[in-house]
Design a binder for this molecule. Structure first.
Ligand SMILES: [Zn+2]
Length: 204
């Protein structure tokens, strides 16, 4: 075995480079194909640059919903201006009133104008102005009534559709409201409550 210290190796390497000037320090890049990697450097550079310069493919626009309608409608509030009048007539100056469905008393600011036959379902202007087609309800009852989970039968009795677990807050809420008479039910608006049933998911 030939012992070679670092100094001998350096001198030997220097002598090799002197006799092979074209290879210089690229000896370690030899590929075994007769060419050094240096020959392929322009190609490798081109590939690298193309990869770097090519913008990433656009991703699916999942962040935003697709909507082609008017985002700042002004006609909605103008078109429903009668609702403020209906609400004021229902409150009749009271600062507190009962929710028509759960019959709990609420401050007026927490009571919402609730359409019995949905306004979108109302065709005539006369019906849009009908105090018998609206009632004051608390936010929770309004939401449940709109979804058909809380509904009023043909006798004017509030019904609870259920579907939640026995300990769920909505079950407690619905069962408490159910069984009592809707404060806004009368013979003259029975048809509105029936129309609501055909509009909501509850069908009887
Ligand atoms: Zn209520």
């Amino acid at each position: 075995m030939v012992e070679m210290d670092n100094r001998d190796f350096a001198l030997n390497n220097e002598a090799h480079r002197a006799s092979h000037p074209s290879e210089r320090s690229y000896l370690i890049l030899r590929t075994g194909t007769g060419k050094s990697l240096l020959h392929f450097l322009p190609v490798l550079n081109l590939i690298a640059l193309r990869g770097w310069k090519t913008p990433p493919a656009p991703r699916a626009a999942s962040r935003y919903v697709q909507f082609s309608g008017e985002l700042s409608p002004t006609t909605l509030t103008k078109g429903r201006g009668e609702q403020g009048l209906l609400r004021a007539r229902k409150l009749a100056g009271r600062t507190h009133a009962l929710c028509a469905l759960c019959r709990e008393e609420y401050p007026a600011s927490l009571l919402e104008l609730t359409h019995i036959n949905p306004r979108a379902n109302v065709e005539s202007d006369r019906e849009k102005l009908d105090l018998w087609n609206v009632m004051l309800a608390c936010g929770q009852c309004h939401s449940l009534f709109d979804k058909g989970l809380l509904w009023v039968n043909g006798s004017g009795v509030v019904q609870w559709e259920g579907g939640f677990g026995p300990d769920h807050l909505l079950t407690v809420w619905g069962e408490r409201a159910a069984g009592g008479r809707c404060l806004e039910f009368r013979e003259g608006n029975r048809g509105f409550f029936r129309a609501r049933l055909s509009y909501s998911r509850v069908l009887t």
